[in-house]
Design a protein around this ligand. Sequence first.
Ligand SMILES: [Zn+2]
Length: 480
Amino acid sequence: MAEFESGRPVALRGGTVLPMDDRRTVLENADVLLVGERIEAVGPALDVPEGTVEIDATGGIVLPGMIDTHRHMWQAAMRGYGADWTLTQYFVWNYLEWGKVFRPEDVHAGNVLSAIESLDAGVTTTVDWSHGLQTTDHADAAVDALQSVPGRFVLAYGNLQAGPWEWSTRPEFRDFVSRRITPGDDMLGFQMAFDVTGDPEFPERAAFEVAREVGAPVTTHAGVWGATNDQGVRLMHENGFATPQTIYVHAATLSEDSYQRIAATGGTVSVSTESEQSAGQGYPPTWTLRNHGIPVALSMDTSVWWSADLFSAMRATLGADRSREHLEAHAKGETVTNCHLRADQVVEWATRGGARALRLEGVVGSLEPGKKADVVLIKNDASPVMFPLLNPYGHVALQAQRGDVHTVLVNGRVVKHEHRLIDIDLERARQAVAATVDHLKSTLGPEAWAKGMNPDIPATKILDNPYTYTDYRTGSTHGQ
Ligand SMILES: [Zn+2]
């Protein structure tokens, strides 16, 4: 798109704008003007500089770019493979059996695909929870991939093949950080990603100390049924490593005591509702997090099961929270007459909540002059689902989907327009992923490959049904 290449200002004209400010303002028939890397102005009928490219946003919704705070991007190369997995099967496949066969180029291929998928779905910032970094060659490949796609990313460095106290204390890890990570770079942030097992010896201390030395926030799978529990949260807290920068992923199976510790230290929970619902970490926790005032961000976890689409995250999170609220009430013989969780709240979690979690709230997450221009236009004139547009937050959370993402800007650059990605080499990404799939298939062999994708189904015993008034099998009716 030549019109976008010259760095001309861009104006989105006449949309329903959700700036995601404190008052949850809704601006109807408003404009958003973007100049260079930043948002210049938001409001009705803006005057724009000469040479501005104008995008017709009428009938659409303009909101800040969405933020995914936890995704194992390398696993996008196995899209959908684990659709029927439980967490146990995921652990066995990745940790015990096959995770080690991923080469640097496989991490690269998965990351590129996942990064492109983010932009396509209006996710402008993605945390790459990259726990397949067996060597720093893998880590270099991960960063090369993220830097080859014009999105905003955070590399959360991890290695599921070694203890965090091992990989984080190797000199090559420090060398990698100094070579590839620039403090303050808001296009490529840095975290350390590891889990705390609850071992009373707390071997993870060494990794936390490295994180502190290199200035990296820690993101950790916490409250995962059968894997991490209250002991991990307690050890982090008692040893002074639970901080406002800490992100607790899932935090689903935890006691009151752990939620109190998280709340008291200002950490954020990254809720992956679709993941928690089918993998088994525990019930998606937003219904209990709100009782503690714990900040929430959203995430999609992994495309080996789910999409990388925050519309799905918003919808699933609303549904799971309300489902739980009704269930708890019914158990007491009560009826919920007003839902606690509202559509505008999940839209906030998908945008500003993520920015807050990543300490990027001054940079992205809302449409305010001076912030970086990460913007999404949801508009689809060919869709019967774009009208009437009565409740914009509800429309984003429960009506819209990724196919409705019309235009996406990251850091002022138009990366998608009129439903088409711009300057993205999807064919190259496709070929690289195909090579990774070939590598995996040939390494596993046909039997293990098929078995991994098709876990056994437990036997079900159909209960005897005493209500035999109608015998539908024979078509006869008793009593005649
Ligand atoms: Zn995860």
